[in-house]
Design a protein. Structure first.
Lengths: 476, 92, 488
């Protein structure tokens, strides 16, 4: 029998607000343990949460970008459970009335993955299990999170990967998070079940907690799909449980039984009044959202950028922003795109460097460079050399270009072309007989004479006009 | 609603609340809880929608941010067992 | 202003006139605390007190002006966080707990220059109505040492009543200011919910509790309330409404007052209490007050709602005490971290605390929570709305504060419901979020004080004080039992 994969995601994204969700401690990473903490972070008795308004705005932005309904009335609740990293022994979260209602993520295929809701909550601290005991650090305690809960609409590993990538992109485009899996600023719990191809009945749901790499998600899904099919095929039964992905063994393993969801004892957080929004203000936020990756991509294609290149440009929001600045009053957006994904990308090694896109060339200077190429004032080879020098930090690109042009040997291109044409009568004859390639010989001579600083295309045009002129003269 | 609370239920709640009770204490708890539940049974007669408190946080309104006195890391750690700057729970 | 000055103004005048130095005054109080056998204090902050007293004296000696509360010796219930000063909440769990920050209430009083004498005994985590659940032993009632002072702010009330502090700050979740104030014969206010910051108060039931002043006189209470009632951005439930200053209008007219008497709140009251409170209500007829008796069945729902909401919030507020970040740490061996938490909590939390946690946990779990917790929230709203309607008819409601005067130790035995019913009249104000004031209105045949409770609509503390002030002026009952004597 053939089985379909049915998969839903609960995705946690850390918001990059300046301050934590309920206190003014900074949202930052890599501090000494328990040094970025205040009485509120460690749940000192008597402390109260003061809601970070910025975090709510960030969550609204994400909701709007994911086509969600924004609830003008929502409520924080306490989710009660004991764990050493949970300072108050309850997490302030949302349950009944989350901030964002239903929405969706559209995949490239046009398929929509529905989002059930998005809610705001605080992160917990971190624990380290060592042989002598448990070490607890509350620096992360109170960092604002959003949890994006999808419907079980994902039916392949590829869709799962694309869904997560789209969430990352969205978070980066609306600038609410850098959404980096490796740093834990985006983490997923994945729900997986399988069902026989022709059945409508959902299978038993298995949850895999705390996935923090797209490749692990793919591996876990593959393993879990095969495991579940095996169990069913051999006549066994699956039990609803929480499993963990073992990165070394490349498989999922059952976790110790956790407390049942109904044991969380959710109830309204008495220390925080309901959160109220005004529709006009929400509309205003929507109006001011940055242009999203999918519409930028369409726009780039309409400017003559090939689809593949356009996809690469929008993959990184900083690249896309750079490109948008560079193509203002630009004669060849396509050439800008090619220089970015060709030369500049090869200069940047890692994905992180591409994401950050911190380069020593300004978009205005790149624009200057490309326009000079388009005007035949600079040939491609020199342009590339200049760009490389600038990327390596040898100077400001515009200064380098101006210096290069001013120092280029002055010559009369027309006279040189004329001389070279004169010297190659066979090539001229071949050309006149329809062999356009024959001109290469003349152009080669011109380049040799000018030591490569002539613009080949320009030279070619001049040579053609010289030949034509001559032909006309001879006719008369 | 269950008017009778079972011993198993008490044991489950005790585990959930990280509390331990002796047999006698559990019997006492059962009695207390039934008395209190008799009192709270009155609430059961009322049908209500979800109603929350009246006050609201309007996110768009001007907001005076609270200011707190700074705390040192030593102060943060002062109430627990400090090991290398972490709160430490010894393993046996 | 009246010729009857309250204690705070008398102290202020004496300090300014240099009849007594702040250091002398503070030393008197400290000496009386030391001598007292009421067990009203858990911690005495002798050195800090003398230090702050000296600062006040320096100011006075330099001829600088001092504020009304500056140099006035006072005490705090032991659930207000005080940086660097032991804050036990009357519990073994926090026996050695020293907070690393200040409660807003303490911060305000400190800034006013008040002299903190110490931290008062209380029921463990404020759970109780007799002060008997304290890990540090019960407090005795200054009027009769075989009787309880009431609770949970029992130590604070006993201190004020016996001249161990000029005033104290208590905290009231279901009567914990007013009931002990009545038992000790002093004045206690539970303000409108959201009037005074809760930041730094070790919580019992967050949606119900408020801090409030415990004083010898109405005037003193009004002065302290005016000082504490302010918006605090650290507490999101602290209202932004502008608080009316109450002190300046104390002596204003109350002509034509409409008084409502909810008869069901008098049911079950001792006859002497009933008669004294009714007589006190009738006192207002000479100001043209109209008294109406009516049944208010919604008030009968307050205690059940209180039990559900209070227990649920308490269970989650108590969950942070797991022995990792602060408080008691279990010293023996344990199998894992859950076992450590269970052993820590079982050893260091008192019986009443554990009882309430289990009940709260029951309310919040097993799908029970929709049935009971939310229903109770709904009924709370219903009570609040009905009470608001009543205040369109009446300016104030009068009831006994407690159905009895101070009872003996071990009054309720093992029956927590019986103890809970001691709060049957006071709990309504917490549920309805309205302000309520308890003032002494006489003594029973055993010479134990009787308390009258006056309630009004939200944000009309000024009216409460005005009404109480009229009564106090002509029928003064408060007296200091021993301790530092200031003639009033």
């Amino acid at each position: 029998m053939k089985y379909n994969l049915v998969c839903g995601f609960e995705t946690h994204i850390e918001l990059s607000t300046k301050e934590k969700l309920f206190c003014p401690c900074k949202v930052k990473f890599g501090s000494e343990p328990n040094s970025n903490c205040c009485p509120i972070c460690i749940g000192a008795p008597g402390t109260l949460p003061a809601l970070n308004r910025e975090a709510v705005i960030y969550a609204i932005k994400m909701g709007l970008a994911l086509n969600c309904k924004i609830n003008l009335f929502s409520k924080m609740e306490r989710k009660c459970y004991f764990y050493p990293d949970l300072a108050k022994a309850y997490q302030i979260s949302q349950n009944d009335l989350p901030l964002c209602g239903p929405g969706f993520v559209e995949l490239d295929s046009g398929k929509k993955i529905r989002i059930h809701h998005i809610h705001i909550e605080e992160d917990a601290g971190k624990i380290k299990n060592e042989s002598d005991g448990i070490y607890v650090d509350y620096n992360r305690s109170g960092v604002p999170l959003i949890e994006i809960v999808s419907e079980p609409d994902i039916s392949s590993i590829e869709e799962a990967q694309e869904y997560i990538e789209k969430l990352q992109l969205t978070a980066r485009y609306v600038r609410v998070s850098d959404a980096r899996m490796q740093e834990g600023s985006i983490r997923c719990d994945v729900n997986i079940s399988v069902k026989p191809e022709n059945s409508d009945k959902l299978g038993t749901r298995i949850e895999i907690k705390n996935m923090n790499s797209i490749s692990f998600i793919a591996k876990a899904l593959k393993y879990e799909y095969e495991r579940q099919v095996d169990v069913l095929e051999s006549g066994g039964q699956l039990i609803q449980e929480t499993r963990r992905f073992n990165e070394q063994k490349n498989c999922t393993e059952g976790m110790r039984e956790k407390e049942d969801a109904s044991d969380y004892g959710y109830f309204p957080e008495p220390n925080l009044p309901s959160i109220c929004l005004e529709q006009e203000k929400v509309d205003e936020i929507k109006k001011n959202l940055p242009e999203m990756y999918y519409s930028r991509k369409k726009r780039y294609i309409s400017l003559g950028v090939p689809e593949k290149t356009a996809s690469l440009l929008v993959k990184y929001v900083n690249v896309s922003d750079f490109f948008d600045s560079a193509i203002k009053n630009c004669k060849s957006p396509e050439r800008v795109a090619n220089l970015i994904i060709g030369q500049i990308f090869s200069f940047l090694g890692s994905e992180t460097e591409k994401e950050e896109f911190k380069i020593s060339v300004s978009p205005q200077d790149l624009n200057y460079l490309v326009n000079l190429i388009a005007d035949n004032k600079l040939n491609m080879a020199s342009a590339k050399n200049l760009l490389s020098s600038a990327l390596e930090g040898k100077g400001n690109l515009k200064d380098l270009i101006d210096k290069f042009i001013s120092e280029s040997p002055k010559f009369d291109l027309k006279a040189i072309c004329s001389d070279c044409t004169e010297a190659c009568p066979e090539a001229v004859q071949d050309y006149l007989n329809g062999k356009e390639k024959a001109l290469q010989a003349i152009i080669g001579k011109v380049m040799a004479k000018t030591r490569g600083s002539a613009n080949a295309a320009e030279a070619k045009n001049i040579i053609i006009s010289i030949i034509n002129e001559k032909k006309d003269v001879e006719k008369n | 609603m269950a008017s009778k609370i079972s011993k198993d239920e008490i044991l489950r709640l005790a585990k959930l609340s990280r509390l331990e009770f002796s047999e006698d204490e559990i019997m006492g708890l059962l009695k207390d809880m039934e008395n209190i539940m008799k009192l709270t049974a009155k609430v059961e007669e009322y049908e209500n929608d979800k109603i929350y408190n009246n006050s609201k946080i309007n996110i768009h309104q001007d907001y005076e941010k609270p200011e707190y006195d700074a705390c040192t890391r030593d102060e943060i750690l002062s109430g627990g067992i400090n090991k290398n700057g972490f709160f430490f729970i010894k393993k046996y | 202003m009246s010729k009857n000055k309250g204690l705070i103004r008398k102290i202020h005048d004496a300090l300014v006139a240099k009849k007594v130095s702040c250091l002398e005054l503070t030393s008197w109080y400290l000496r009386e605390i030391e001598k007292s056998d009421l067990n009203a204090f858990i911690t005495v902050t002798k050195e800090q007190a003398l230090e702050s007293a000296k600062k006040v004296d320096e100011k006075i000696n330099k001829g600088e002006k001092i504020g009304l509360l500056e140099g006035v010796p006072m005490s705090l219930k032991d659930n207000f966080s005080t940086k660097g000063i032991l804050t036990t909440c009357g519990s073994k769990m926090l026996e050695n707990y020293v907070p690393i920050y200040n409660a807003t209430v303490y911060e305000i009083l400190k800034n006013q220059g008040c002299v903190l004498l110490g931290k008062n005994n209380q029921d463990q985590f404020a759970m109780g109505s007799s002060n008997e659940t304290s890990y540090f032993g019960p407090v005795k009632n200054p009027h009769d040492k075989t009787k309880v002072p009431g609770g949970s702010s029992g130590g604070a009330c006993a201190s004020v009543a016996s001249g161990l502090a000029a005033f104290a700050i208590g905290h009231d979740t279901g009567g914990s200011i007013r009931q002990p104030a009545a038992f000790c014969g002093i004045v206690g206010l539970k303000p409108t919910y959201g009037a005074i910051s809760r930041y730094g108060i070790i919580p019992l039931a967050s949606s119900l509790e408020q801090a409030g002043p415990l004083t010898l006189t109405v005037e003193d209470n009004s002065i302290v309330y005016d000082c504490l009632a302010a918006h605090d951005p650290k507490d999101e439930t602290s209202s932004k409404i502008e608080r009316k200053k109450t002190f300046n209008s104390l002596d204003d007219s109350i002509e034509g007052l409409k008084i409502g008497i909810p008869t069901n709140c008098f049911e079950g009251s001792d006859k002497e209490v009933y008669d004294a409170v009714e007589k006190a209500a009738k006192f207002y007829e000479k100001f043209g007050a109209k008294i109406t008796y009516f049944a208010f069945p919604e008030f009968d729902l307050s205690m059940p709602v209180y039990c559900v909401l209070g227990r649920a919030e308490t269970a989650s507020n108590m969950a942070c005490f797991d022995g990792i970040r602060y408080g008691y740490k279990y010293k023996g061996e344990y199998s894992d971290v859950n076992d450590l938490m269970a052993k820590t909590r079982s050893k260091a939390l008192g019986d009443e605390v554990k009882r309430r946690i289990i009940l709260g946990s029951y309310v919040l779990n097993t799908g029970y929570h929709d049935a009971l917790y939310k229903k109770s929230l709904g009924v709370k709203k219903l009570i609040t709305d009905k009470v608001a309607e009543k205040f369109e008819e009446f300016d104030i409601l009068i009831t006994p504060t407690s159905p009895t005067t101070a009872f003996g130790f071990n009054y309720a035995g093992d029956d927590p419901v019986k103890m809970q019913l001691a709060d049957i009249c006071v709990v309504n104000a917490n549920i309805a979020e309205i302000p309520a004031l308890s003032i002494p209105c006489g003594y029973d045949s055993n010479n134990l004080p009787i308390g009258m409770q006056i309630m009004s609509k939200c944000w009309s503390e000024d009216l409460l004080f005005r009404v109480a002030y009229k009564y106090e002026k002509e029928n003064f009952f408060a007296k200091i039992i021993g301790g530092v004597q200031f003639e009033i």
